[in-house]
Ligand binder design. Structure first.
Ligand code: UDX
Length: 455
């Protein structure tokens, strides 16, 4: 089929590439001419495993094009995706200006019937606004073109985006148009194997499904972080509790890992946006507020642990960080817990030596060059002369480190494991102190300790 996609961010680029890979003729449009030129040269603006070769191959095969020319893309598309950003406004509501700009552009140039598919995460009711915007532009031109607006939210995860797109758990289609549903069923047929993954519903339910899914996942994480904080105080190990509750299929093992808080481009933004949607309807979303507040507090947890250990004497200390990206397999620093920790450490007068396999460029872009931040070439180099190691992101390469080497390189033998990736006993037998998230009696141990172990 002939497909046009507005927006070459995560969602647009991955969707366009995967649709081209299964044989569709795809044009991706972006207003950023530099980005388009780079994509045309095969330079991918994001780090996403498996994406780069697919973009290059499909571009070479002539099935995937990048352009700033919206009009030609609209003329090309039987199906036109809107996959532009919806960044949060000051009050947390989703900023729809990019989505509505695209709608106006479509209305101004559409010549023949098309299915308009909204993939951006947007407040409930946006598809109706998109439809009205396009209709108003068409009416202004005095033309009568048949079109449908469908909500088809995206559920891809950074780091697994290609896989999620090619093998989706579900394909949500919100539409009341048989014509549009048939077109999307045909488009998604290559990804809709083994059993029917299409879930058909009305447009508003589809829009709410996206927020509900992300808010539910964020809730699981905040809930577990709260249990971790309780475990800490009662002398339990949340990792054992996690296994104990996960074995109940109604709870499940997925997404109940406590840690340094959730970050990324979706959860923080979508929880806030859903709260805003609820309040705009006069409903106070108590659970969502608690999820967000718990997460904000959790992002400060590693700094609190460091503060307790060093008895608030962080000035002049050097702290080593392993991992900066908001999760492994990405260079994305948006809302990353590492940012809260970095900023708190700097405010306290500490210096940071850090290593992340992918995120250094992003960190430099965000913070510039600072003399209290050294980005190191390897995980071990980050430890040289540091007073503590803090694991912030659970990259695979951090999971089985040389403990003897860590012990030798650190000036103070202590590890703060913000993702609970280590076995506390193994760390302690290697002569290092261990503090995790909700594991055993960190708080009690601070109280029991006669003085700081740091010399
Ligand atoms: C998420 C959703 O998973 C995806 O379906 C949606 O389309 C976009 O938002 P993403 O932001 O890429 O995807 O990351 P995800 O892997 O879901 O992780 C989000 C955050 O939660 C990360 O900071 C991660 O470290 C944290 N997390 C995840 C936990 O702290 N504990 C867990 O058990 C799982």
């Amino acid at each position: 089929m002939r497909v046009a996609i507005f927006g070459t961010g995560y969602v647009g680029l991955v969707t366009g590439t995967c649709l081209a890979e299964v044989g569709n003729d795809v044009i991706c449009v972006d207003v950023d001419a530099l980005k388009v030129a780079r994509l045309e040269r095969g330079e991918i603006p994001i780090f996403e495993p498996g994406l780069s070769p697919l973009v290059i191959d499909n571009h070479a095969a002539g099935r995937l094009h990048f352009t700033t020319d919206a009009e030609s893309a609209i003329a090309h598309g039987e199906i036109i995706f809107i996959a532009v950003g919806t960044p949060p406004d000051e009050d947390g509501s989703a900023d729809l200006s990019h989505v509505l700009d695209v709608a106006r552009t479509i209305g101004r140039t559409l010549q023949r019937p098309a299915v308009i598919v909204n993939k951006s995460t947007v407040p409930v009711g946006t598809a109706d606004r998109v439809r009205d915007t396009i209709a108003a532009e068409l009416a202004g031109r005095g033309v009568d073109v048949q079109f449908d607006v469908v909500s088809n939210p995206e559920f891809l995860k950074e780091g697994d985006a290609v896989q999620d797109c090619m093998r989706p758990d579900r394909i949500i289609i919100g539409s009341d148009s048989a014509r549009a549903i048939t077109a999307l069923r045909t488009l998604y047929a290559p990804f809709n194997r083994n059993h029917d993954r299409l879930v058909l519903m009305d447009v508003r339910s589809a829009e709410l499904t996206k927020y509900a899914a992300n808010a539910m996942l964020a809730t699981k994480i905040s809930f577990m972080n709260e249990i971790a904080n309780i475990a800490e105080r009662v002398g339990a190990d949340v990792e054992q509790v996690r296994l104990g509750i996960g074995s109940d299929p109604r709870i499940g093992y997925h997404f109940i890992y406590p840690g340094a808080g959730y970050g990324g481009s979706c959860f923080p933004k979508d929880v806030k946006a859903l709260e805003h949607i609820a309040r705009s309807q006069g409903y106070e979303p108590r659970v969502l507020s608690a999820v967000e507040a718990t997460n904000a507090a959790q992002k400060e947890r590693l700094f609190e642990l460091l503060g307790s250990y060093f008895e608030a004497q962080l000035k002049g200390r050097t702290i080593a960080l392993w991992g900066l990206a908001f999760k492994p397999n990405t260079d994305d620093m948006r809302e990353a817990p590492s940012r809260t920790l970095l900023e708190q450490l700097w405010n306290a007068g500490a210096r940071v030596r850090a290593y992340d396999p992918e995120a250094h460029d992003e960190v430099r872009r965000i913070y510039g060059m600072r003399e209290d931040l050294q980005l190191c070439d390897s995980q071990y180099q980050a430890l040289e002369g540091a007073d503590a190691l803090v694991v912030v992101t659970e990259w695979k390469a951090f999971r089985s480190p040389d403990l003897g080497r860590i012990r030798e390189l650190l000036a103070t033998p202590v590890i703060f494991d913000g993702r609970n990736i280590f076995d506390p006993q193994a760390i302690e037998s290697a002569g290092l102190a261990y503090y995790g998230i909700g594991r055993g009696r960190s708080v009690a141990r601070f109280q029991e300790r006669s003085g700081p172990m740091a010399q």
